[in-house]
Write a protein that binds this ligand. Structure first.
Ligand code: GAR
Length: 227
């Protein structure tokens, strides 16, 4: 019988931009044996740099340009059909900057993850780094969560914390948070791919079949992930 911890699960990754998280995920597959098979990378923006990142790794890419659709529902239908043709067990949002319809999110309940550059529930939405600086936060970071109908509001299960420096600019802070994101997302995806993580009926996150009371914190690269 195959071992669920090492048998790759099929995934689809959705992007809108440069694709640095996508790149980190591809590296984790190639170098650290992250057990996923990336069946497709789909962008809603034709110019997304991440399409090139995927193509260079030999991964199938597709563009479903949201500007060619009359509304959110029509776009989400087309996207869902394209994703489902790949039969993924997990859909990974990696800088996918679209608000999704409730139907779409419900369809992928418990099998869609997102990464967000803040310590959720702080600072959902855009410009998180500047908002953290404006609010005088001393600690900022990034979160990975299951996607629900609340934008950036689904249950968080893994976070990375980043100290804010007195003289930080939003760009400097963003770059340190992004470095953490690149470790955080592969670790989060591994938990799911190894069958250790699920979403319970009342939006509890279950880790190894027990309710997770607090988000896990990123463990440094050399440590055993999240044990
Ligand atoms: C990342 O910082 C990611 O956390 C953020 O977009 C960036 C994408 O960068 N996502 C969100 O803000 C989602 N609400 P990338 O294209 O280089 O991975």
């Amino acid at each position: 019988m195959s071992d669920p911890a090492t048998t790759p699960i099929p995934v689809v990754i959705l992007i809108s931009g440069r694709g640095s998280n996508l790149h980190a995920i591809i590296e984790a597959v190639e170098q650290d044996g992250l057990p996923i098979e990336i069946r497709a990378v789909i962008s809603n923006r034709p110019a997304a740099g991440g399409l090139q990142v995927a193509a260079e790794a030999g991964i199938a890419t597709d563009v479903i340009d949201h500007t060619e659709f009359t509304g959110r529902a029509a776009f989400d239908h087309a996207l869902q059909a394209r994703i489902d043709a790949c039969q993924p067990e997990l859909v990974i949002l990696a800088g996918f900057m679209r608000i999704l319809t409730e139907d779409f999110v419900t369809h992928y309940r418990g099998r869609m993850l997102n990464i967000h550059p803040s310590l959720l529930p702080e600072f959902p939405g855009l410009n998180t780094h500047q908002r953290a600086l404006d609010a005088g936060c001393r600690v900022h970071g990034a979160s990975v969560h299951f996607v629900t109908a609340d934008m950036d509001g689904g249950p968080v299960f893994l976070q990375a914390r980043v100290a804010v420096r007195a003289d930080d600019t939003a760009e400097q802070l963003a770059s340190r948070v992004l470095e953490q994101e690149h470790q955080l997302y592969p670790q989060a995806i591994r938990l799911f791919a190894e069958g250790r993580l699920s979403l319970g009926d009342n939006d509890d996150v279950l880790l190894d079949a027990s309710v997770l009371e607090q988000p896990l914190q990123l463990t440094a690269r050399a440590d055993t992930p999240c044990s």
